[in-house]
Design a protein around this ligand. Structure first.
Ligand code: VG1
Ligand code: CO
Length: 542
């Protein structure tokens, strides 16, 4: 039943910020998925007889790769696989299942916020036994294996019925199909005050949750409508579709503009939220107010004690380098440590495992805590709801009171998508080459205090990760940062991050782009964005 199949390496299987992401036709090349899965197994040690979790966000090609992964896990000697029913497991739910059942690790099939369909994106990532994304050391080892692979192991089994919950045997291995929602919903119930949330909804509190036809639909429906009693119809686009209904499952102000418009409209519900393809991101919009992800991390951290799961306070806060400094001010006030990591959730794992950080966040709408080892979209939504219920205030009140107490970090990210790779690389190379000469000079009346290429020294395992984004720090605390995306599948995406701190309460309701206008102009002067990319404006502004 078990076969060793000869194969040839592909040279382009380097995992990016979060796993390997390519267009579906790339993944459909002969043995492409098999090569990568075998390389994951080849980079691991000691899984014989152990359990592997397999699930995905339901996108096109999910079911096919799940069958391949099951057959290969059996041939490689795993004792058991746990598969989400219908091939579904959100990224945070998969992380939880790995941890709860103390499995060896898990394979998550997702390209997250990237679009899905026969000509769109697919992805594979590996999460380790702590439930977190493979650290760099492991992704480097996997990449090395992909370049040298000469065969993979698989077994000749009939396709497993992944739509029926239960346990079957295949090639000597146990396959358990599990309810993808139950364990996760129970975890949420242990962290948040569900009684208070039921009272909130009973009192007439109205909410809109947009699952964007992606994986959080079944989770949100069960938790918000079934368990918490939110009105039926609270969840929209809740059926996961292989092509996400033809949209990008990216909860930002472009792809979830309909939600934004509704929340700014005359009959807006009290609270609006959305999540991405694999359920680890969150978009938070209160009635009449958009909450910037960086602010959201800070506000959740400042109020976390109001939720039962965090009543004893936080050990520390961690944020990625491009994320605004709003959370730093909260950490300072709470007297707890603050960590600044590179982009990508894999860098939070050690801090969470070591008990050094409790809440982590990224400017890209990712927030999470030590309850799992991934960012968690619904978790953030539920923590917000818990805070609103406990404070008896609106989202807008919580936000404006936070700014009044801590000051406001005006913040925006400008993305230039699908830029020619050579041109994007040239921009970064030029910028890097002149970093040394920038400090002390002024641009648009802003004096540069420091300019560097961010490097992270992991305080837990001592490893160093270099070239994690270029930072230009101005006197007075404003800054711009530049990096190239590691999740795209065509050309390069340049991300420009812009931040300015405003302590003055009288200046807290400016338009964000206007408040940042001089820094936006300075970023272009310094990096030559327009001339390098050939674009005169960003594709997406968050
Ligand atoms: C982006 C975000 C990053 C996030 C990553 C994965 O990466 O900027 O903060 O961790 O996506 O999120 P990049 O390299 O494109 O900037 V997800 O929800 O796509 O798994
Ligand atoms: Co995601």
């Amino acid at each position: 039943m078990i076969r060793t199949v000869p194969t040839k390496p592909y040279s382009d299987q380097k995992p990016g910020t979060s796993g390997l992401r390519k267009k579906v036709p790339v993944f459909q090349q002969e043995h492409y998925a098999e090569n990568f899965i075998q390389s994951i197994f080849d980079a691991l040690d000691g899984f014989q007889g152990k359990t592997l979790v397999i699930g995905g966000d339901g996108r096109f090609y999910n079911r096919e790769v799940i069958q391949k992964a099951i057959a290969m896990a059996a041939a490689n000697g795993f004792g058991k696989v746990m598969v989400g029913q219908g091939g579904i497991l959100s990224t945070p739910a998969a992380s939880h299942v790995i941890r709860k059942y103390k499995t060896f690790g898990g394979i998550i099939l997702s390209a997250s916020h990237n679009p899905g369909g026969p000509h769109e994106d697919f992805g594979i990532k590996y999460n380790a036994g702590n439930g977190g994304p493979a650290p760099e050391k492991l992704t480097d080892a996997i990449f090395a294996k992909t370049k040298a692979i000469s065969s993979f192991k698989t077994s000749d089994i009939d396709p497993i019925d992944i739509d029926t919950i239960g346990t079957v045997k295949a090639a000597g291995m146990t396959v358990e199909v599990i309810d993808p929602v139950a364990d996760y919903a129970e975890l949420m119930e242990s962290l948040f005050d569900f009684d208070a949330l039921r009272r909130l909804f009973k009192s007439g509190f109205r909410m809109r949750f947009d699952a964007m036809h992606a994986v959080t639909g079944p989770y949100a429906k069960e938790i918000l409508e079934n368990r918490l009693g939110a009105a039926s119809g609270t969840c929209r686009n809740f059926k996961p579709l292989p092509d996400f209904g033809g949209h990008h499952p990216d909860p930002n102000l472009v792809h979830a503009k309909h939600l934004y418009d509704e929340m700014m409209g005359p009959d807006a519900p009290d609270f609006g939220a959305a999540s991405d393809g694999d359920g680890d991101r969150n978009l938070i919009i209160g009635k009449g107010i958009f909450v910037t992800p960086s602010d959201s991390v800070a506000m959740l951290a400042a109020n976390a004690r109001l939720a039962p799961g965090y009543k004893d306070g936080l050990k520390g806060i961690a944020r990625s380098m491009p994320t605004s400094g709003a959370a730093d001010r909260v950490a300072e006030k709470l007297g707890i440590d603050m960590y600044e990591t590179p982009t990508g959730w894999k860098f939070f794992g050690n801090l969470l495992d070591a008990g050094m950080a409790t809440i982590c966040g990224e400017e890209s709408a990712g927030t999470g805590s030590n309850h799992v080892r991934e960012k968690d979209g619904l978790w953030a939504v539920l923590l917000w709801l818990n805070i609103l219920a406990a404070r008896g205030e609106s989202c807008k009140q919580v936000v404006t009171e936070h700014w009044a107490a801590y000051g406001r970090n005006y913040y925006s990210r400008h993305d230039y998508e699908e830029v020619e790779s050579d041109r994007a690389n040239a921009l970064v190379d030029e910028l890097r080459a002149k970093l040394g000469s920038l400090p002390g000079t002024s641009v648009r009346g802003l004096k540069i205090a420091k300019a560097d290429d961010f490097a992270y020294h992991d305080p837990v395992d001592g490893s160093t990760s270099k070239h994690q984004g270029i930072r230009i720090l101005f006197e007075g605390g404003s800054r711009v940062a530049f990096r190239l995306s590691g999740t795209g599948t065509s050309g390069a995406t340049l991300r420009v991050y812009i931040e300015r701190y405003e302590p003055d309460k009288a200046r807290h309701d400016l338009d964000t782009q206007a408040a940042l206008a001089d820094l936006i102009a300075a970023a272009d002067d310094i990096a030559g964005i327009k001339s390098h990319t050939g674009r005169n404006k960003p594709s997406v502004i968050t």
